[in-house]
Design a protein around this ligand. Structure first.
Ligand code: FE2
Ligand code: FE2
Length: 305
């Protein structure tokens, strides 16, 4: 090879190297901005989630990712399903308070029409960034049912993205077990202390059994059969496994990432802050510190390790 050609070849490989580095930096930056966009949207939803203090989205995302993995999905596919689960109700942002605080069965016809739009609104919101295209598609379908009785497009069976079918199962369970009606008669200070935390925990265990029974009874009509079986297995696994851990009482300020919450904690209004089985993460710790400072949860809580 002539010196000139060698120099030109070296120059080419160097420039390719530089280009690759630049691309690396660019894609890392794009990934960072993508992730921070997701974080911002998650906190927006958590703020809007009047019933669960953010616990709902976290639960759906964690369990959906586990089911996706068990179904054989990997890497980015799992990430997409997990992110769609985290943001599944983003289309409800901006719903008026009187809709957010009602059960579906309490909606008027007009309110139902607004509610039915939230999957499409979610897809629309995310369509501004092409990175969210498939996440938006999953969100668009999260209320479709296997038998075609869902909305907005009455898709059925395999027409529905598997991510949406997973979210549908986990979302049903969490709503059935943890969603509480915000009873306006209980909002006076004098009646707040009357809500019994132990009774709420016992009630949530009973609700869990009922929700599992319902999922099993509808696994060939409304829900995806394989997803229901995997999810029920997860619920049973959590129940059996968590009971074998050492339980200790720990100050909310000293909670560490190797701990698991040992019982459901609610605000005095009966809204779930953290559920039994949730891993302690920074946002969990921050929420508990906030509510402990308000006197809504004890300064020391039960955790497992
Ligand atoms: Fe929804
Ligand atoms: Fe939901």
């Amino acid at each position: 090879m002539s010196v000139n050609r060698m120099e030109s070849s070296i120059a080419t490989s160097v420039s390719i190297e530089i280009l690759e580095k630049q691309l690396d930096v660019a894609s890392t930056e794009a990934a960072k901005s993508f992730m921070s966009t997701i974080d911002i949207m998650e906190s927006l939803i958590s703020t809007n989630e009047r019933f669960y203090e953010g616990s709902h989205c976290r639960f759906i995302a964690t369990k959906s990712a586990l089911i996706a993995q068990q179904l054989g999905f990997q890497g980015y596919e799992v990430f997409e399903i997990q992110t769609a689960a985290l943001l599944h109700d983003i289309g409800k942002i901006g719903f008026p308070d009187y809709i957010s605080s009602k059960y579906y069965s309490e909606f008027t016809n007009e309110e139902q029409k607004i509610y039915y739009k939230h999957p499409e609104l979610g897809k629309q919101l995310l369509s501004q960034n092409s990175n969210f295209d498939s996440i938006g598609d999953i969100i668009l379908q999260h209320h479709e049912k296997v038998d075609g009785s869902g909305f907005p497009y009455h898709l059925s069976g395999s027409e529905i993205h598997i991510g949406a079918q997973i979210i549908s199962v986990v979302d049903f369970y969490h709503n059935a077990v943890f969603r509480r009606k915000r009873d306006r008669t209980q909002m006076t200070d004098s009646s707040l202390s009357a809500i019994n935390g132990t009774a709420l925990v016992a009630q949530s265990q009973k609700r869990s059994t009922q929700a599992v029974q319902y999922l099993l009874s509808k696994k060939k009509t409304i829900f995806n059969q394989e997803v229901v079986d995997l999810f029920v297995h997860l619920v049973e696994y959590d129940r059996d496994n968590l009971s074998e851990q050492t339980i200790l009482r720990c100050s909310v300020h000293q909670l560490s990432d190797d701990m698991i919450i040992a019982q459901d904690y609610y605000t005095t209004y009966g809204l779930l802050i953290v559920a039994k089985g949730e891993h302690v993460k920074e946002h969990v710790r921050n929420a508990l510190i906030k509510f402990a400072n308000n006197g809504e949860v004890p300064p020391k809580i039960l955790v497992m390790r």
